[in-house]
Unconditional design. Structure first.
Length: 432
């Protein structure tokens, strides 16, 4: 005979349980029914037997399913199982194999699902149920069971142990696979974090380091990155409080934030950072304990943008016309003087081939020889005739220079020209 786990081992595994509960209790009904049939029992005894083993399992299953606290309900069901089955052992006058199977089943349920203390409680409730039963029925002992009942008890107990073992085996394999997947995922994320160029860190809501990627070692000393240290101590004084406030708000409401912060590195250089603060969701609605900071160092980019902006202003302020083309001759930029001299607007020139702005005042071989000279010497300069957009002809001085990339390959051509005889600065204008 065997007793299945009541709700504690089953309701959390909802895909298995109602049929398993019914089958196991029905088997118990069969074994005890065979035993009492040999000895005779009253109609009340048969009714109680059917109520206990055919109706009761469905009731306790539904109770746990709809309980406000299913875990507590499952524990109560375990203790109720022990109490009732202890009463049945006493009612049957403690047949050895049946009593063993009843106690074995309830004890195994308790220790597998809840641990040592619930096991002791289960044994206590089993004894309490037996005591209550003895107070209602005539005490006695009938230890013997028929060969069939004994065999069914042994087979049932063995089957139950194997079933529990198989469930635990599956859970262990699942847990092992989950841990393996988790370790693999952790290795992958750690590899990404440790080889990423961005600065990746994890802080607590108070702004203390929990983790920093190796990329931080390029800008800060090890002492500044110690676990538990203030993550914003090296921030620019005007940005530190704003960063701490943003982390605290992110921890409170879970909303990601993008920040522009300044960090003073180990050499005293102020670095420009674009930072995204993202809370790690860990369940519940309370404050988040960990905030991930992904920071991109855009210092060089900002400085390059500033240099380009200054260069662009310088080009726009020049009296000479500037035309920069890609290696294939496509115009990529021109300045204001280009439009004033040629009559072609910036929008008309960009994206078009420089050959479209040539005119028939020089033979085609002239441009071929010019390009050959630039490719051979790196530059060409001289005077030519040219025509404005309105058809007016003027004489210009032009210089063409090749720009090479680090590998030595030509990447751009820069042409500088001006109208010969025309004023090109304030002094020339005043003189004229």
């Amino acid at each position: 005979m065997t007793v299945i786990p009541s709700l504690a081992a089953t309701s959390r595994d909802g895909d298995a349980m109602p049929a398993s509960i019914s089958s196991a209790f029905a088997f118990s009904f069969l074994v005890i029914g065979l035993h009492v049939a040999d000895r005779g029992t009253s109609t009340l005894g048969w009714a109680l037997l059917a109520l206990q083993f055919l109706v009761y399992p469905h009731l306790v299953y539904l109770r746990a399913q709809f309980a406000a606290n299913p875990r507590r309900a499952e524990l109560h069901n375990l203790m109720l199982d022990a109490l009732l089955l202890g009463a049945w052992a006493a009612y049957l006058q403690f047949p050895l194999w049946i009593s063993y199977a009843l106690l074995f089943g309830t004890s195994l349920n308790a220790v597998v699902n809840r641990g040592l203390v619930p096991l002791l409680c289960s044994i206590g409730f089993f004894a309490l149920g037996a005591a209550l039963s003895l107070s209602l029925w005539t005490p006695g002992f009938a230890l013997q069971t028929s060969t069939l009942v004994t065999t069914l008890c042994i087979v049932g107990s063995l089957a139950y142990v194997c079933a529990v073992g198989y469930v635990l085996h599956r859970q262990t394999r699942h847990l092992s696979q989950t841990r393996s997947d988790l370790r693999q995922s952790e290795r992958q994320y750690r590899m990404i974090a440790e080889h990423a160029g961005d600065l990746i860190a994890m802080v607590d809501p108070a702004g203390r380091w929990l983790y920093t990627s190796p990329s931080y070692g390029r800008v800060l000393d090890a002492g500044d990155l110690a676990i538990g240290a203030d993550a914003f101590v090296r921030m620019h004084p005007d940005d530190a409080d704003r960063a701490r406030s943003a982390v605290a708000r992110t921890a409170t409401n879970g909303q990601a934030r993008d920040l522009k912060l300044r960090l003073v590195d180990r050499d005293g250089r102020v670095r420009q950072l674009e930072v995204r603060a993202q809370a790690i969701e860990e369940g519940g609605r309370g404050p988040r304990a960990r905030i991930v900071l992904v920071s991109r160092d855009v210092t060089d980019l900002r400085e390059s943008e500033e240099r380009l902006l200054l260069a662009a202003h310088a080009l726009e302020g020049m009296a000479e016309a500037i035309q920069i083309t890609a290696a294939d001759g496509t115009i990529v930029t021109v300045n204001k003087a280009f439009s004033e001299i040629t009559g072609h607007s910036r929008e008309e020139a960009l994206g078009r081939h420089e050959s479209e702005f040539r005119n028939a005042l020089q033979p085609p071989t002239f441009y071929e020889e010019l390009k050959a000279t630039v490719l051979r010497k790196g530059y060409w300069s001289g005077t030519t005739w040219s025509r404005r957009k309105n058809g007016a002809v003027y004489r210009e001085w032009r210089s063409v220079r090749a720009v090479r990339d680090p590998s030595g390959k030509i990447s751009h051509f820069v042409a500088v020209f001006y109208e010969v005889g025309a004023p090109r600065n304030a002094a020339d204008t005043a003189a004229s």
